[in-house]
Design a protein around this ligand. Structure first.
Ligand SMILES: Nc1ncnc2c1ncn2[C@@H]1O[C@H](COP(=O)(O)OP(=O)(O)OP(=O)(O)O)[C@@H](O)[C@H]1O
Length: 274
C-alpha cells in the first residue's frame, strides 16, 4: 500500500453527477504529484478530500495505512500542510507570528522553537528581516512564500498545494517553482500539487496525474505523458507546451533542441514515436 492511497474514490455533490469518478491512485512517500486538467475536472475536490475539507461519497483514502475517516479531523489537518492561492495571512500578526500560528494554537506555544521561523523564512528564499513585517508590507509572491513556510512549520510529512502560485506574476512564479522543487529535494515531503498550468505540472511533478471529468486520463512521468500519450486527449492537452516544458527541463537529447517546434513537426514526432 502506498503512503497515500485513493481506493475507488467517488464524490458527488448532488444527485448522480460524479465529480470524482472512481479514482484509484497510489502515492509513495516523497513523491511530488502534480494534478492537472481542465477547469472543473475535479482537481480541487480530489485534494480537499485528503484533509477532509470535503467528505468522500464512496471509497476510501488511506494515509500511512489509516483511513482518513478514522483520523481525528483537527489532528489530520494539523499534520498536513495546506497552501492555497490566497493564503490568508492574519493581517494583525507579523510574519513571524503568522508562521508560528498553528503551533501556537496547538497549545505548544512553549514548545515553539525560536529559530524555526528564521529557518523557514530562509528556506523559502526570504531574509529574516521580513519576520517583523506585516502581511500588507509584502508582495503577492512574498506572501505565497510565507504560505509555504507556514505550511512547513509543524513539519508535516504531506503538503497539499492548490494553485499556490496562480495569482503571482510570471517571474515570481518561476522563482517559486524553483524554490518548491528545491524544498522538495531537501525535505523529501510528499507533495500533492494542483495546477491548471501544463508547464508547471510537467516541471514540478515526479508523477503527473491528468484528470478529465473526474477520472484519471493518464498518470506518469513527464516523459510518459508527453512522449507516450495514451490517447488523443492527452496528446492534445499537453501538445506543444508539453514539448517545450520537456525541452526546458533537458529531459530529451540535444537533437530535440534543434527541432523547430511547429504543429507539423509535432505530428511527425508522434508518428516516429508510435
Ligand atoms: N461545493 C460544491 N457544490 C456543488 N458542486 C461543486 C462544489 N464544488 C465544486 N463543485 C463542482 O464540481 C466540479 C469540480 O470542481 P473542482 O473545483 O474540483 O474542479 P477543478 O478542476 O479544481 O476546477 P478549477 O481548475 O476551475 O479550479 C465542478 O463542476 C464544480 O462546479
Amino acid at each position: 500500500m502506498g503512503f497515500i492511497e485513493f481506493n475507488h474514490v467517488v464524490k458527488s455533490y448532488s444527485g448522480d453527477v460524479k465529480v470524482i469518478d472512481d479514482i484509484t491512485l497510489s502515492i509513495e512517500r516523497g513523491e511530488f504529484v502534480t494534478i492537472v486538467g481542465p477547469s472543473g475536472c475535479g482537481k480541487t475536490t480530489l485534494l480537499k478530500m485528503v484533509n477532509k475539507l470535503i467528505p468522500i461519497s464512496q471509497g476510501n483514502i488511506y494515509i500511512d495505512g489509516k483511513d482518513v475517516i478514522d483520523w481525528e479531523t483537527i489532528s489530520l489537518r494539523r499534520s498536513i500542510g495546506y497552501v492555497i492561492q490566497h493564503i490568508g495571512l492574519l493581517p494583525h500578526l507579523n510574519i513571524e507570528d503568522n508562521i508560528n500560528y498553528v503551533p501556537s494554537i496547538s497549545k505548544r506555544k512553549s514548545g515553539i522553537d525560536k529559530n524555526r521561523a528564521k529557518e523557514l523564512i530562509e528556506l523559502v528564499g526570504l531574509s529574516d528581516d521580513y519576520l517583523s513585517r506585516y502581511p500588507r508590507q509584502l508582495s503577492g509572491g512574498q506572501m505565497q512564500r510565507i504560505g509555504v513556510a507556514r505550511a512547513l512549520t509543524a513539519d508535516p510529512e504531506i503538503i497539499l498545494m492548490d494553485e499556490p502560485f496562480g495569482a503571482v506574476d510570471e517571474i515570481a512564479r518561476t522563482q517559486l517553482q524553483h524554490e518548491i522543487k528545491e524544498i522538495h529535494k531537501k525535505l523529501k515531503k510528499t507533495i500533492l500539487f494542483v495546477t491548471h498550468d501544463i508547464q508547471e505540472a510537467l516541471k514540478l511533478g515526479t508523477k503527473i496525474v491528468l484528470l478529465k471529468n473526474g477520472k484519471i486520463e493518464q498518470i506518469g512521468t513527464q516523459e510518459e505523458l508527453v512522449f507516450k500519450p495514451k490517447s488523443e486527449y492527452v496528446k492534445a492537452f499537453f501538445g506543444l507546451k508539453g514539448f517545450q516544458a520537456s525541452l526546458n527541463e533537458n529531459v530529451m537529447h540535444n537533437v530535440y533542441n534543434r527541432i523547430l517546434l511547429k504543429q507539423e513537426t509535432l505530428d511527425g514526432i508522434y508518428r516516429k514515436l508510435e
